[in-house]
Design a binder for this molecule. Sequence first.
Ligand code: DGY
Length: 324
Amino acid sequence: MKVFISRKIPEAGLQYLRDASVEISEWTEKRDLLPEELIAYCKSADAFLSAGGNKIDKTFLHAVRHLKVISLHSAGYDNVDVAAATEIKMPIGNTPGVLSDATADIAFLLMLATSRKAFYMSRIIQQGGWGFFEPTANLGIDIRYKTLGIYGLGKIGFELAKRAAAAFGMEIIYHNRSHNEEAEQELHAQWVSFDDLLEKSDVLSVNTALTAETKGKFNKDVFAKMKPTAIFINAARGSIHNEEDLTEALEKGIIWGAGLDVTNPEPMRPDHPLLSMPNVCVLPHIGSATEETRAAMSLLAAKNIVAGLKGERLPFIVNPAIYA
Ligand code: DGY
Protein backbone atom coordinates (compact mmCIF):
# COMPACT_ATOMS: atom_id res chain seq x y z
CA MET A 1 0.00 0.00 0.00
CA LYS A 2 1.28 3.45 -0.89
CA VAL A 3 0.79 6.91 0.63
CA PHE A 4 1.48 10.18 -1.15
CA ILE A 5 2.65 12.98 1.19
CA SER A 6 2.39 16.53 -0.16
CA ARG A 7 5.16 18.13 1.97
CA LYS A 8 8.07 16.98 4.10
CA ILE A 9 6.78 15.79 7.49
CA PRO A 10 8.67 14.85 10.70
CA GLU A 11 10.45 11.53 11.05
CA ALA A 12 8.08 10.24 13.77
CA GLY A 13 5.20 9.93 11.31
CA LEU A 14 7.38 8.52 8.53
CA GLN A 15 8.76 5.85 10.87
CA TYR A 16 5.24 4.83 11.91
CA LEU A 17 4.32 4.40 8.25
CA ARG A 18 7.48 2.39 7.51
CA ASP A 19 6.82 0.16 10.54
CA ALA A 20 3.38 -0.56 9.10
CA SER A 21 5.00 -1.43 5.73
CA VAL A 22 3.40 1.51 3.96
CA GLU A 23 5.33 2.65 0.89
CA ILE A 24 6.03 6.41 1.04
CA SER A 25 6.09 8.85 -1.85
CA GLU A 26 6.92 12.40 -0.68
CA TRP A 27 6.82 15.74 -2.50
CA THR A 28 9.91 17.59 -1.28
CA GLU A 29 10.14 20.60 -3.61
CA LYS A 30 9.44 23.91 -1.90
CA ARG A 31 6.50 24.88 -4.10
CA ASP A 32 2.81 24.03 -4.02
CA LEU A 33 1.71 21.27 -6.35
CA LEU A 34 -0.70 22.35 -9.07
CA PRO A 35 -4.15 20.73 -8.68
CA GLU A 36 -3.56 18.46 -11.69
CA GLU A 37 -0.13 17.41 -10.39
CA LEU A 38 -1.63 16.58 -7.01
CA ILE A 39 -4.33 14.47 -8.62
CA ALA A 40 -1.72 12.64 -10.72
CA TYR A 41 0.38 11.79 -7.63
CA CYS A 42 -2.71 10.67 -5.70
CA LYS A 43 -3.81 8.49 -8.63
CA SER A 44 -0.76 6.31 -8.10
CA ALA A 45 -1.34 6.02 -4.33
CA ASP A 46 -3.82 4.36 -1.98
CA ALA A 47 -3.81 7.11 0.63
CA PHE A 48 -3.03 10.83 0.74
CA LEU A 49 -1.36 12.65 3.64
CA SER A 50 -1.98 16.35 3.09
CA ALA A 51 0.58 18.56 4.80
CA GLY A 52 0.11 22.22 4.00
CA GLY A 53 -3.45 23.20 3.22
CA ASN A 54 -4.02 21.52 -0.17
CA LYS A 55 -7.44 22.42 -1.53
CA ILE A 56 -9.54 19.30 -1.04
CA ASP A 57 -12.67 20.34 -2.89
CA LYS A 58 -15.37 18.38 -4.70
CA THR A 59 -13.47 18.22 -8.00
CA PHE A 60 -10.36 16.90 -6.30
CA LEU A 61 -12.32 14.41 -4.20
CA HIS A 62 -14.13 13.00 -7.22
CA ALA A 63 -10.84 12.66 -9.11
CA VAL A 64 -9.25 10.65 -6.27
CA ARG A 65 -12.22 8.70 -4.98
CA HIS A 66 -10.22 5.47 -5.23
CA LEU A 67 -8.20 6.60 -2.16
CA LYS A 68 -8.88 4.73 1.06
CA VAL A 69 -8.17 7.72 3.28
CA ILE A 70 -7.12 11.39 3.27
CA SER A 71 -5.22 12.40 6.37
CA LEU A 72 -4.53 16.06 7.19
CA HIS A 73 -1.35 17.13 8.96
CA SER A 74 -3.35 19.80 10.82
CA ALA A 75 -6.17 20.20 13.28
CA GLY A 76 -7.94 22.73 11.06
CA TYR A 77 -9.85 21.38 8.05
CA ASP A 78 -11.18 24.55 6.45
CA ASN A 79 -9.42 23.51 3.22
CA VAL A 80 -11.70 20.47 2.91
CA ASP A 81 -15.20 20.22 1.48
CA VAL A 82 -16.34 17.93 4.29
CA ALA A 83 -19.85 17.49 2.88
CA ALA A 84 -18.46 16.33 -0.47
CA ALA A 85 -16.06 13.92 1.25
CA THR A 86 -18.86 12.52 3.39
CA GLU A 87 -21.07 12.08 0.35
CA ILE A 88 -18.51 9.80 -1.30
CA LYS A 89 -17.67 8.18 2.08
CA MET A 90 -14.06 9.35 1.99
CA PRO A 91 -12.61 9.31 5.53
CA ILE A 92 -10.84 12.57 6.39
CA GLY A 93 -8.48 12.49 9.38
CA ASN A 94 -6.95 15.40 11.31
CA THR A 95 -4.66 16.00 14.30
CA PRO A 96 -6.65 17.67 17.10
CA GLY A 97 -5.48 18.19 20.68
CA VAL A 98 -1.74 17.71 20.33
CA LEU A 99 -1.20 21.29 19.16
CA SER A 100 -3.35 23.07 21.74
CA ASP A 101 -0.48 23.91 24.11
CA ALA A 102 1.93 25.11 21.43
CA THR A 103 -0.74 27.24 19.73
CA ALA A 104 -1.89 28.72 23.06
CA ASP A 105 1.75 29.57 23.79
CA ILE A 106 1.97 31.55 20.55
CA ALA A 107 -1.25 33.47 21.30
CA PHE A 108 0.10 34.20 24.79
CA LEU A 109 3.44 35.32 23.36
CA LEU A 110 1.64 37.64 20.94
CA MET A 111 -0.47 39.17 23.72
CA LEU A 112 2.56 40.12 25.75
CA ALA A 113 4.81 41.03 22.83
CA THR A 114 2.14 43.31 21.37
CA SER A 115 1.36 45.00 24.67
CA ARG A 116 5.07 45.90 25.03
CA LYS A 117 5.68 46.63 21.30
CA ALA A 118 8.42 44.00 21.49
CA PHE A 119 8.88 43.21 17.78
CA TYR A 120 9.04 46.91 16.89
CA MET A 121 11.51 47.67 19.69
CA SER A 122 13.75 44.90 18.42
CA ARG A 123 13.59 46.32 14.87
CA ILE A 124 14.54 49.76 16.26
CA ILE A 125 17.77 48.35 17.70
CA GLN A 126 18.63 46.65 14.39
CA GLN A 127 18.14 50.00 12.64
CA GLY A 128 20.55 51.75 15.09
CA GLY A 129 17.67 53.57 16.74
CA TRP A 130 18.34 52.70 20.41
CA GLY A 131 18.71 56.34 21.34
CA PHE A 132 18.45 58.68 24.25
CA PHE A 133 16.51 57.33 27.28
CA GLU A 134 13.39 59.21 28.30
CA PRO A 135 10.85 58.06 30.91
CA THR A 136 8.04 58.80 28.51
CA ALA A 137 9.45 56.86 25.54
CA ASN A 138 8.88 53.26 24.42
CA LEU A 139 5.80 52.76 26.57
CA GLY A 140 3.56 49.75 26.16
CA ILE A 141 0.51 48.87 28.21
CA ASP A 142 0.04 46.37 31.05
CA ILE A 143 -2.17 43.36 30.55
CA ARG A 144 -2.00 42.32 34.23
CA TYR A 145 -5.44 42.08 35.88
CA LYS A 146 -7.16 43.09 32.66
CA THR A 147 -9.89 41.23 30.79
CA LEU A 148 -9.10 38.58 28.21
CA GLY A 149 -11.99 37.89 25.85
CA ILE A 150 -11.86 34.66 23.88
CA TYR A 151 -13.86 34.17 20.70
CA GLY A 152 -14.20 30.39 20.46
CA LEU A 153 -13.13 28.88 23.76
CA GLY A 154 -12.24 25.28 22.91
CA LYS A 155 -9.04 23.39 23.69
CA ILE A 156 -6.64 26.12 22.51
CA GLY A 157 -8.69 28.92 24.08
CA PHE A 158 -8.79 27.00 27.36
CA GLU A 159 -5.00 26.68 27.43
CA LEU A 160 -4.60 30.37 26.63
CA ALA A 161 -7.08 31.36 29.34
CA LYS A 162 -5.25 29.16 31.84
CA ARG A 163 -1.94 30.89 31.06
CA ALA A 164 -3.44 34.39 31.17
CA ALA A 165 -5.20 33.76 34.50
CA ALA A 166 -2.16 32.17 36.14
CA ALA A 167 0.46 34.57 34.86
CA PHE A 168 -1.43 37.87 34.86
CA GLY A 169 -4.52 37.32 36.99
CA MET A 170 -6.61 38.16 33.94
CA GLU A 171 -10.35 37.89 34.09
CA ILE A 172 -11.68 35.56 31.38
CA ILE A 173 -14.80 36.17 29.35
CA TYR A 174 -15.73 34.25 26.23
CA HIS A 175 -18.25 33.89 23.45
CA ASN A 176 -19.13 30.43 22.10
CA ARG A 177 -22.26 28.90 20.68
CA SER A 178 -22.40 26.67 23.78
CA HIS A 179 -21.06 27.02 27.31
CA ASN A 180 -17.62 25.67 28.19
CA GLU A 181 -18.36 24.17 31.63
CA GLU A 182 -14.74 23.26 32.30
CA ALA A 183 -13.55 26.84 31.73
CA GLU A 184 -16.40 28.21 33.83
CA GLN A 185 -15.59 25.89 36.75
CA GLU A 186 -11.80 25.88 36.63
CA LEU A 187 -11.08 29.41 35.45
CA HIS A 188 -14.27 31.24 36.42
CA ALA A 189 -14.63 32.12 32.76
CA GLN A 190 -17.85 33.95 32.02
CA TRP A 191 -19.95 33.46 28.87
CA VAL A 192 -20.94 36.82 27.34
CA SER A 193 -22.79 37.92 24.22
CA PHE A 194 -20.67 38.77 21.17
CA ASP A 195 -21.27 42.49 21.66
CA ASP A 196 -20.26 42.27 25.33
CA LEU A 197 -17.11 40.42 24.30
CA LEU A 198 -16.23 43.30 22.00
CA GLU A 199 -17.07 46.00 24.51
CA LYS A 200 -15.41 44.46 27.58
CA SER A 201 -12.22 42.80 26.30
CA ASP A 202 -8.85 44.47 26.87
CA VAL A 203 -7.31 41.66 24.87
CA LEU A 204 -9.56 39.83 22.41
CA SER A 205 -8.23 36.53 21.11
CA VAL A 206 -9.70 34.56 18.22
CA ASN A 207 -9.38 30.82 18.86
CA THR A 208 -12.12 29.41 16.69
CA ALA A 209 -12.21 27.41 13.47
CA LEU A 210 -12.68 29.07 10.09
CA THR A 211 -16.25 28.38 8.96
CA ALA A 212 -18.84 30.14 6.83
CA GLU A 213 -20.01 31.79 10.07
CA THR A 214 -16.60 33.04 11.26
CA LYS A 215 -15.16 34.06 7.85
CA GLY A 216 -14.57 37.83 7.83
CA LYS A 217 -16.30 38.13 11.23
CA PHE A 218 -13.81 40.69 12.56
CA ASN A 219 -14.49 43.58 10.23
CA LYS A 220 -14.82 47.37 10.39
CA ASP A 221 -18.14 47.27 12.29
CA VAL A 222 -16.80 44.81 14.83
CA PHE A 223 -13.53 46.70 15.46
CA ALA A 224 -15.61 49.87 15.94
CA LYS A 225 -17.30 48.26 18.96
CA MET A 226 -14.00 47.39 20.69
CA LYS A 227 -12.14 49.55 23.23
CA PRO A 228 -9.63 52.04 21.78
CA THR A 229 -7.10 50.42 24.16
CA ALA A 230 -7.88 46.86 23.03
CA ILE A 231 -5.41 44.36 21.59
CA PHE A 232 -6.69 41.96 18.91
CA ILE A 233 -5.02 38.53 18.71
CA ASN A 234 -5.55 35.96 15.95
CA ALA A 235 -3.69 32.64 16.06
CA ALA A 236 -6.52 30.71 14.34
CA ARG A 237 -7.06 31.54 10.66
CA GLY A 238 -6.32 34.80 8.82
CA SER A 239 -9.65 34.84 6.96
CA ILE A 240 -11.52 35.31 10.25
CA HIS A 241 -10.45 38.96 10.25
CA ASN A 242 -10.66 41.46 7.41
CA GLU A 243 -7.07 42.61 7.08
CA GLU A 244 -7.84 45.94 5.40
CA ASP A 245 -10.35 46.79 8.11
CA LEU A 246 -7.90 45.73 10.81
CA THR A 247 -5.17 47.93 9.29
CA GLU A 248 -7.53 50.89 9.17
CA ALA A 249 -8.72 50.30 12.75
CA LEU A 250 -5.10 50.37 13.93
CA GLU A 251 -4.15 53.38 11.80
CA LYS A 252 -7.13 55.37 13.10
CA GLY A 253 -6.64 54.31 16.74
CA ILE A 254 -10.00 52.53 16.83
CA ILE A 255 -8.16 49.68 18.59
CA TRP A 256 -4.68 49.86 20.17
CA GLY A 257 -2.76 46.85 18.85
CA ALA A 258 -2.77 43.48 17.12
CA GLY A 259 -0.84 40.23 17.36
CA LEU A 260 -1.24 37.88 14.42
CA ASP A 261 0.09 34.38 13.81
CA VAL A 262 -2.15 34.11 10.78
CA THR A 263 -2.79 36.57 7.97
CA ASN A 264 -4.90 36.80 4.85
CA PRO A 265 -3.30 35.96 2.48
CA GLU A 266 -0.36 33.92 3.70
CA PRO A 267 2.45 34.69 3.27
CA MET A 268 1.87 38.38 4.09
CA ARG A 269 3.64 40.68 1.64
CA PRO A 270 6.84 42.10 3.20
CA ASP A 271 5.79 45.73 2.63
CA HIS A 272 2.39 45.32 4.31
CA PRO A 273 1.65 48.39 6.49
CA LEU A 274 0.87 46.18 9.51
CA LEU A 275 4.50 45.06 9.59
CA SER A 276 5.83 48.53 10.32
CA MET A 277 3.36 49.48 13.05
CA PRO A 278 4.81 49.69 16.59
CA ASN A 279 1.76 48.09 18.20
CA VAL A 280 1.59 45.11 15.85
CA CYS A 281 3.41 41.78 16.04
CA VAL A 282 3.11 39.34 13.15
CA LEU A 283 4.39 35.75 13.01
CA PRO A 284 4.38 33.39 9.99
CA HIS A 285 1.74 30.84 11.15
CA ILE A 286 3.99 29.03 13.62
CA GLY A 287 1.32 28.11 16.22
CA SER A 288 2.11 24.41 16.12
CA ALA A 289 5.74 24.76 15.07
CA THR A 290 7.73 23.06 17.81
CA GLU A 291 9.76 19.88 17.40
CA GLU A 292 7.54 18.04 19.89
CA THR A 293 4.20 19.22 18.54
CA ARG A 294 4.98 18.65 14.88
CA ALA A 295 6.31 15.17 15.72
CA ALA A 296 3.06 14.41 17.58
CA MET A 297 1.00 15.74 14.67
CA SER A 298 2.91 13.62 12.16
CA LEU A 299 2.29 10.56 14.31
CA LEU A 300 -1.48 11.15 14.49
CA ALA A 301 -1.59 11.81 10.75
CA ALA A 302 0.30 8.56 10.12
CA LYS A 303 -2.02 6.63 12.48
CA ASN A 304 -4.98 7.87 10.47
CA ILE A 305 -3.31 6.68 7.25
CA VAL A 306 -2.59 3.21 8.58
CA ALA A 307 -6.10 2.79 10.02
CA GLY A 308 -7.64 3.99 6.76
CA LEU A 309 -5.51 1.65 4.65
CA LYS A 310 -6.64 -1.25 6.84
CA GLY A 311 -10.25 -0.21 6.36
CA GLU A 312 -10.54 0.60 10.07
CA ARG A 313 -12.21 3.63 11.65
CA LEU A 314 -9.75 6.56 11.78
CA PRO A 315 -8.70 7.40 15.35
CA PHE A 316 -9.08 11.15 14.60
CA ILE A 317 -11.83 11.73 12.11
CA VAL A 318 -13.41 14.92 10.76
CA ASN A 319 -16.43 13.22 9.18
CA PRO A 320 -17.55 10.37 11.49
CA ALA A 321 -20.91 10.45 9.67
CA ILE A 322 -19.39 8.16 7.01
CA TYR A 323 -19.55 5.31 9.53
CA ALA A 324 -23.22 5.84 10.36
C1 DGY B 1 -3.64 23.55 12.37
O1 DGY B 1 -3.31 22.41 12.66
O2 DGY B 1 -4.79 23.83 12.03
C2 DGY B 1 -2.56 24.59 12.43
O3 DGY B 1 -3.06 25.89 12.30
C3 DGY B 1 -1.56 24.34 11.33
O4 DGY B 1 -2.18 24.60 10.10
